[in-house]
Design a protein around this ligand. Structure first.
Ligand SMILES: Cc1cc2nc3c(=O)[nH]c(=O)nc-3n(C[C@H](O)[C@H](O)[C@H](O)COP(=O)(O)OP(=O)(O)OC[C@H]3O[C@@H](n4cnc5c(N)ncnc54)[C@H](O)[C@@H]3O)c2cc1C
Length: 397
């Protein structure tokens, strides 16, 4: 490990890997440090991605567990709404094998020339006069300072790097979805359909998911609002009740826990000498929790802007801001804002109102009409929804 790189990347997830590959391909020196001893494990993910995955990487069967052709929403009253490929968007595509996938991304970064060090943890930021100059790193039992022209914080949901650099990255408890997931086998499922169960009794301010991993095998998980977690009503308690009822004979062969942010992205994702990507930037989808592709997109973009700014010799926040502006104006950035507002409405709905909304969704030709028409039609069937939307507008400003 050198003492100096053009770009130092904290975190070896999809965001960090894409940033590293992009910077190395631009001919600059870079290094990814990952605190875990192995890339990709333990998996903390339901592993679902949409077709947009092909914007970043060619399909390779070695990291695909299942191809998904549709999604089903199950309303609190048990009514099933089938969603085809167009409207289900990100929920139609693939269920990955992230152990393999994350490694593949890192291998590609390494092949492009980016150095990678596992079991290497950033423990603090190095700053001079407020400018980020590198990171203090624990490597092979030793503490050392690694300097860099730009540091890219790709350290995921538990990100501390941005905070060390003076950026408030706190996720409010009520916007942190706490998740538990089982990998289950020996269960009756349609292995090409992702299923989502909604309802305040089942998963308050969240949902239960079944994402197939192959024949009779699936990730079965739950995310609920952190503020709803109490003794006897923790995510695992809800999930155990669901599994007991739905798959009483299924076998649990893996358990994971994790958090997903359901807040708006950070107010800024750049500072002098610093860029923040993926979950660390809070760019996962506030409605679905999906963040793999958003991490890949922001990682790649940050890598490109960092390389450009280094070549131009301007590492100021003003120069790096281009990254922040581009992702906020992208389809991803706009989608996050739209889904944040939908989520804010959803979490306020009683089960009865949710049933009513989902029942009218079933009457619409979702494949043919746009978002605005969908909202208009939903209001026609559920006039009370207009009041909910207007009061929400006042809250969100
Ligand atoms: C239960 C659950 C289910 C999910 N399901 C889906 C899904 O189906 N689809 C989807 O798209 N998304 C899903 N997500 C979200 C998805 O996993 C993340 O959005 C995605 O992994 C973000 O990528 P990232 O590179 O930003 O962060 P991460 O993948 O979290 O990578 C960050 C890396 O940084 C490392 N790190 C942290 N701190 C340091 C440090 N100080 N020094 C060095 N390394 C450090 C971590 O060990 C980690 O490897 C789910 C998340 C959870 C918890």
């Amino acid at each position: 490990m050198n003492d100096y790189y053009d770009v130092l990347i904290i975190g070896g997830g999809p965001g960090g890997a894409m940033a590293g590959k992009t910077v190395a391909e631009a001919g600059l020196s870079c290094c990814i440090i990952e605190k875990r001893p192995a890339i990709g494990t333990p998996v903390r993910c339901a592993e679902g991605v949409g077709q947009e995955i092909f914007d970043f990487i060619d399909l390779d069967p070695k990291w695909v567990s299942a191809k998904i052709r549709g999604a089903e929403l199950v309303a609190p009253n048990g009514q099933v709404i089938e969603l085809g490929s167009k409207i289900a968007g990100n929920e139609v595509g693939y269920v990955l094998d992230r152990k393999m996938f994350d490694r593949e991304l890192i291998w590609r970064a390494a092949k492009a020339g980016c150095e990678v060090y596992v079991k290497t943890r950033a423990v603090d930021a190095i700053r001079e006069d407020g400018v980020v100059k590198g990171a203090r790193v624990e490597y092979a039992g030793e503490l050392r300072n690694i300097s860099a022209k730009i540091v890219i914080a790709a350290d995921g949901i538990e990100s501390k790097f941005a905070r060390w650099c003076g950026i408030d990255s706190t996720v409010p408890m009520n916007e942190l979805e706490t998740c538990v997931e089982y990998l289950m086998t020996d269960i009756d499922i349609d292995s090409s359909v992702n299923v989502f169960y909604l309802g305040n009794e089942l998963a308050p301010e969240g949902y239960v998911w079944i994402f197939p991993k192959g024949e009779r095998t699936a990730n079965v998980g739950i995310g609920i609002s952190g503020k709803k977690c109490r003794d006897g009503s923790r995510p695992k308690d809800y999930l155990d009740r669901f599994v007991q009822q739905k798959f009483p004979d299924g076998k649990i062969i893996e358990l994971i826990v994790g958090g997903v942010s359901a807040c708006r992205p950070l107010a800024t994702t750049v500072a002098d000498g610093l860029m923040i990507v993926g979950d660390a930037a809070r760019v996962s989808d506030p409605l679905t929790g999906g963040g793999i592709l958003n991490a890949m997109y922001t990682g790649k973009l940050a890598g490109a802007v960092a390389s450009e700014c280094i070549k131009e010799g301007d590492l100021t926040a003003a120069a790096l801001k281009k990254y922040d502006v581009v992702w906020r104006e992208s389809a991803m950035g706009k989608g996050i804002e739209r889904n944040y507002q939908i989520k804010e409405i959803m979490i306020r709905l009683s089960d009865q109102k949710m049933n009513s909304i989902l029942s009218s969704v079933q009457k619409l030709d979702l494949e043919r009409i746009g978002t605005k028409e969908i909202v208009k039609e939903l209001i026609k069937f559920n006039p009370w929804l207009l009041k909910e939307i207007n009061s929400l507008k006042k809250i969100l400003g």
